[in-house]
Each structure stands twice: as structure tokens, then as C-alpha cells.
Design a protein around this ligand. Structure first.
Ligand SMILES: [Cu+2]
Length: 354
């Protein structure tokens, strides 16, 4: 009898909306910039769409800003000695924009596992200035190149290691990134000699990584009253080299946030994220130029970003529909440079559970 009532209680708890996303609490999900934070109950399916925008400008070496003229006249070009290659970096990136439309799907065939799939369409744009000839501070002109295409696709699963509705959830992610994105995009660049040449664009412009990557993550989220908090570690571990002979640096990220829910349908969050990204290992023999972004060593570094976010959760008949917005900006950057600095980012996302 006692066992039967426990079983009935457990069944009731699992079948109520409370167990799904901890009800429709707006803070039942992490800030929209965090992936893989929650799982679903058996039979649930969720679709998501995120729009991301990121901008960067100027250059840094380590934590220090460096002026374009200084880069153009003092930083050695690693390709110097090859035909047409000047001794210093005569093409200096000024601004970069990245936009991504990302769609995701989650499906839980069983309570202990939620399958995930996501992929995006990326647009990257970079403006650079070209200095005249092999030396001196005279600007010859500029190039504005843009690339768009599908990025890499992530497939995997989330496992709820511990899940107590309205109290806490611990989620582990096991996922793999499939190299569906192009790494051979080209664009027309103005050379220091005044000619415009179509060439393979530098590493930061390519939509894909070209490598199969492991994407592990572990997330903890907790709640008490109107407050929520969470933390996640996630990584991107490159498996081997891509077809062009290099691999992007591994990424390790730790993020933590707090949220406040003034009403059930709205939650405000503050988040910090620290990330280390390795240099590129190997080299693409077709990415050559007097440009910092063409140097595999001038990639990666450390950065800490601060974010402010809002989660909205529909109530009543639109239950299961969510909107999230998060804006962020770096508070610390220590770059393997010269490398372009990040300025700010925006993520807007919709999530719908069925
Ligand atoms: Cu979901």
C-alpha cells in the first residue's frame, strides 16, 4: 500500500508540467547564450532558433591595444620571402561582424537521455586596410569581404545526472561536431602592390572548423524562491587535422550566472564566461598573406565576457514557448596577437516544447 502510493505520487510528479522544464518558470532555462543546460522528460520535443550577432574591432597583443600603423610597420610577416610578400603585416583588419541563424532540436526518447541536434547558417564580414608597398604608414585602400554558409553540425545527447524539480538539475552533455562547414572560402583582397586578388580567406572568416570535435559539457542549475543560479563547463576538443592541414585550437569555457524572477513569466540574469582558445595547430598552405589573421599563431587567447539577459516564458495556452535575449561584452581579453578584439555580442532565441 505504502509502495503503491509512492509510485502514484512519483507518476503524478513526472506527468505534471512541473517536471517538464520545472514548470513554466522563466528561469527554468539558463540564459539563452548557454547551450545544453536542461533535459526533457520522455516523449517531449523542443525546437529552438537563435539569432546571434557579434562584432569586433581594433587589435590587441596580449591585453594591450596596438594601432594599425604600428602593426603595418613593425610586426613581421611570417610569409616574408615568398613571392610578393612584404616584411611586415601590410593588411590590417579593422572591423569584423558575425551573424548566425542557429536551429536546434531536442528529443527525449527516455527520461534519462535527451538527444540534441543543432546547426547554423553563418555570415562573416571583415573590413581591412591595405598599406602601400613594403614599408611606411601610407594607406593604399581597403577591402571588405564577406562569406556566408552553413557551419558545423552538432549531434549528441544530454543526461540528467540529478534532477529535482524546482530545486536543482545537473546535466552532462556528450556531443560531437561534424565538419559540415566550408573551410575553403575565398574573397577579393587589395594587395600592397595595388592589385586586387581572389584568395583563400584567413582562418577567422571560414564558416567551419574542418575537424570532428568532441563537445563535452556539464551544467549545474539551482533555485531558491525567486532566485536561480547555475554554472557550466564546456569544451571543444579537436580530433586530428582537417583536410587543409590544420586544426583550430581547443576551447575550454567556464560560465556562471545568477537570475532573479520578479514574476513567473520573466527572469533577469547576469552571467560571466571565461574562455581559453588555443592557437591553430598546423597551417593551410593556401592561406598566405601579410595579414595577422592568416598567421596560425595569432589565434586564440583568453577572454572573459559579462552578459545581461532576459528570459520570458509564456503562461497558459502558450505554455512551453520561451523567448530569451542576452547581450554581452568582453571585460578582459588576453589575445595571441596581434589579433582583433571582440566588442559585443547579442543572442535572441525562441524555444518551443511540445
Ligand atoms: Cu529543450
Amino acid at each position: 500500500m505504502k509502495h503503491a502510493s509512492f509510485a502514484a505520487l512519483a507518476a503524478a510528479l513526472l506527468s505534471t508540467p512541473l517536471a517538464a522544464h520545472e514548470g513554466t518558470h522563466a528561469d527554468g532555462h539558463a540564459p539563452i547564450g548557454v547551450m545544453g543546460d536542461h533535459t526533457h522528460n520522455a516523449g517531449e520535443i523542443m525546437f529552438s532558433y537563435r539569432f546571434m550577432h557579434m562584432e569586433g574591432s581594433g587589435s590587441q597583443i596580449g591585453t594591450e591595444d596596438i594601432a594599425s600603423d604600428t602593426i603595418a610597420t613593425t610586426i613581421p610577416n611570417r610569409f616574408a620571402g615568398l613571392p610578393g610578400q612584404p616584411p611586415t603585416l601590410r593588411v590590417v583588419p579593422q572591423e569584423m561582424r558575425m551573424e548566425m541563424h542557429m536551429v536546434g532540436m531536442m528529443y527525449a526518447p527516455v527520461d534519462w537521455m535527451t538527444l540534441i541536434a543543432s546547426g547554423g547558417y553563418v555570415t562573416r564580414e571583415m573590413e581591412s586596410v591595405t598599406y602601400r608597398g613594403g614599408m611606411g604608414p601610407t594607406v593604399l585602400g581597403g577591402s571588405d569581404v564577406s562569406v556566408d554558409g552553413f557551419g558545423d553540425v552538432v549531434l549528441g545527447a544530454l543526461f540528467p545526472l540529478s534532477k529535482v524539480p524546482d530545486d536543482h538539475e545537473i546535466v552532462a552533455r556528450a556531443a560531437i561536431s561534424i565538419p559540415t562547414g566550408s573551410i575553403t572560402e575565398t574573397g577579393e583582397m587589395l594587395t600592397p602592390m595595388g592589385t586586387v586578388r581572389a584568395m583563400r580567406l584567413a582562418y577567422p572568416m571560414q564558416p567551419g572548423s574542418g575537424t570532428w570535435d568532441l563537445k563535452p559539457a556539464i551544467t549545474y542549475r539551482g533555485y531558491s524562491g525567486n532566485f536561480g543560479w547555475g554554472a557550466q563547463y564546456n569544451a571543444t576538443i579537436r580530433l586530428g587535422m582537417n583536410d587543409e592541414g590544420y586544426s583550430r585550437g581547443d576551447i575550454h569555457e567556464v560560465t556562471g550566472w545568477v537570475s532573479y524572477e520578479p514574476a513567473r513569466w520573466i527572469s533577469l540574469s547576469a552571467r560571466l564566461a571565461g574562455r581559453t582558445t588555443g592557437r591553430i595547430d598546423g597551417i593551410d598552405s593556401r592561406i598566405i598573406g601579410p595579414n595577422q589573421a592568416a598567421n596560425p599563431d595569432f589565434q586564440g587567447g583568453e577572454r572573459i565576457d559579462a552578459f545581461f539577459g532576459i528570459n520570458l516564458a509564456a503562461q497558459g495556452s502558450l505554455d512551453g514557448q520561451r523567448l530569451g535575449i542576452e547581450i554581452g561584452a568582453p571585460v578582459h581579453q588576453d589575445l595571441n596577437g596581434p589579433q582583433m578584439s571582440g566588442d559585443w555580442s547579442l543572442t535572441i532565441g525562441w524555444q518551443g516544447s511540445f
